[in-house]
Design a protein around this ligand. Structure first.
Ligand SMILES: Cc1cc2nc3c(=O)[nH]c(=O)nc-3n(C[C@H](O)[C@H](O)[C@H](O)COP(=O)(O)OP(=O)(O)OC[C@H]3O[C@@H](n4cnc5c(N)ncnc54)[C@H](O)[C@@H]3O)c2cc1C
Length: 330
C-alpha cells in the first residue's frame, strides 16, 4: 500500500473540491475502499473523510411519509429503524442481510451503493482485466461461477450491493453534489451497464458526492420484501437476491402495480419489466408468481459455471413475491 494522508474537510463544498483532484478518494465507512487499496486497485494520495459532514448524516421519515437516508447513515441504523422496517420493509431487510453486525456498524448507505464488484479477476492485482486498463473480461471463458447471467457483455461482473435493488424497488433517488452543483437522479438510472463504460458501474463524476437517498412515501397498499440466497449463512454477498414491491388494495387480490429488481445477476441492479407485467392486473397466486419469476429470467445467458443462478433466481423471485403479499410459497 502506498503512503497516503487522510483529510477531514470542514464542509461539503471543500469535500467536493478535494475529490475533484487527482489521487483523492472518498472514504465513508472504509470497508471497501481500504480493501481496494490493499488489493492495489486504488492508490490514493489522500482519503477524503466524509463522515463528519452534517449534510450526509441521519435518517428521517418526513411528515409526508418520505424517507431520507443520509449517505453516511450506517447499515445497522437502516436495518433497525422501526419506521423503515414497517413501511419500507425491503430496505430494512436488505440492510440487515448485509455482511456482519460489525461491518453493518461501519458500512454506510453511500458506500454500499458505490462498493466495487467482487469479481475475482478484478480484485486480483496481477490480472489486468477490462475493468482496469486491460482488453478482456476473463470471466468469459474463465471461472464464472459468481458472474452475470443478464446484461453482462462485455464485462460480466455482478452488482454487489444489497441496498441497491431494494431502494430501486421502492423508487428511490439519490441527491448528488459536485463541482457542477446539485442534482437528483433516480437510482435506477444511476447505475450503468458495461456497454456504457466497462471501467465503472455508475454515473458519478470526479468531485461528486452522494449526500442522501430519498425514498418517496409508499401508499398504504404497498408491501415489499427482500430475499437473497448465499453460500454462507454467517456472512457473504448474495449469489442471487431480489427486492419486490407490490401495490394491492387492502382486501383486494388484484395487483395494481409491481416492482421486481434482482441483485447479483447483472452488472447493475436488474429491474425486470417482464416480471412486473406478468404480475400486474391479476390476482396474486402461486401460478402468477411462478409466471413472473419465469419472465424475470427471460433472456438470461448463463456461462459455463453459472447456470445454477437461473434456477436459483426463479425460486427466489417466486418466493419473494409470495412473501411480499403475505402468502405462503410452495
Ligand atoms: C465480509 C464482508 C461481507 C460483505 N457482505 C456484503 C453483502 O452481503 N452485501 C453487500 O451489499 N455488501 C457486503 N459487503 C460490502 C460492504 O457492505 C461494503 O463494503 C460497505 O457497505 C461499503 O460501505 P463503506 O461506507 O464502508 O464504503 P467505503 O469503503 O468508505 O466507500 C466505498 C466506495 O464509495 C465511495 N464513497 C463512499 N461514500 C461516498 C459518498 N457519499 N459519495 C461519493 N463516494 C462515496 C468511496 O470512495 C469508495 O469508492 C461485505 C463486506 C465484507 C467485508
Amino acid at each position: 500500500m502506498n503512503r497516503f494522508e487522510v483529510i477531514t474537510p470542514a464542509d461539503l463544498a471543500s469535500a467536493s473540491r478535494l475529490l475533484a483532484q487527482d489521487g483523492h478518494v472518498a472514504f465513508a465507512g472504509g470497508v471497501d475502499v481500504v480493501d481496494l487499496m490493499k488489493q492495489g486497485i486504488v492508490s490514493p494520495t489522500a482519503l477524503v473523510n466524509l463522515k463528519g459532514l452534517k449534510e450526509l448524516g441521519g435518517i428521517e421519515v418526513r411528515p409526508s411519509g418520505e424517507l431520507r437516508l443520509g449517505a453516511t447513515a450506517k447499515l445497522s441504523e437502516v436495518a433497525e429503524h422501526p419506521a423503515i422496517r414497517a413501511r419500507f420493509t425491503a430496505i430494512a431487510e436488505a440492510a440487515s442481510e448485509t455482511a456482519t453486525p460489525q461491518i453493518r456498524n461501519l458500512a454506510t448507505v453511500g458506500g454500499n451503493l458505490l462498493q466495487r464488484p467482487r469479481c475475482w479477476y478484478f480484485r486480483n492485482p496481477d490480472v489486468n482485466c477490462l475493468k482496469k486498463s486491460g482488453d478482456k473480461c476473463y470471466a468469459f471463458g474463465g471461472l464464472n461461477r459468481y458472474h452475470a447471467i443478464l446484461g453482462g457483455d462485455p464485462a460480466f461482473i455482478v452488482h454487489p450491493s444489497n441496498l441497491a435493488p431494494a431502494l430501486i424497488a421502492m423508487r428511490a433517488s439519490a441527491t448528488i453534489v459536485g463541482p457542477a452543483g446539485e442534482h437528483t437522479i433516480e437510482l435506477e438510472k444511476f447505475f450503468t451497464l458495461p456497454t456504457v463504460d466497462p471501467k465503472r458501474e455508475n454515473s458519478l463524476k470526479p468531485g461528486e458526492i452522494i449526500t442522501e437517498v430519498i425514498v418517496p412515501a409508499p401508499s398504504a397498499s404497498v408491501s415489499s420484501h427482500y430475499l437473497e440466497a448465499r453460500e454462507k449463512q454467517s456472512f457473504d454477498w448474495p449469489l442471487v437476491s431480489v427486492a419486490i414491491a407490490l401495490d394491492r388494495a387492502p382486501g383486494e387480490k388484484t395487483i395494481r402495480d409491481a416492482r421486481v429488481v434482482m441483485g447479483a445477476v447483472a452488472p447493475v441492479p436488474w429491474r425486470s419489466h417482464e416480471a412486473e407485467a406478468a404480475l400486474k392486473g391479476g390476482p396474486l397466486d402461486e401460478p402468477r408468481a411462478r409466471a413472473a419469476a419465469k419472465a424475470a429470467l427471460k433472456g438470461a445467458q448463463p456461462m459455463t459455471d453459472n447456470a445454477y443462478k437461473v434456477v436459483m433466481a426463479k425460486v427466489i423471485v417466486r418466493r419473494a413475491i409470495m412473501s411480499a403479499a403475505g402468502l405462503e410459497a410452495a
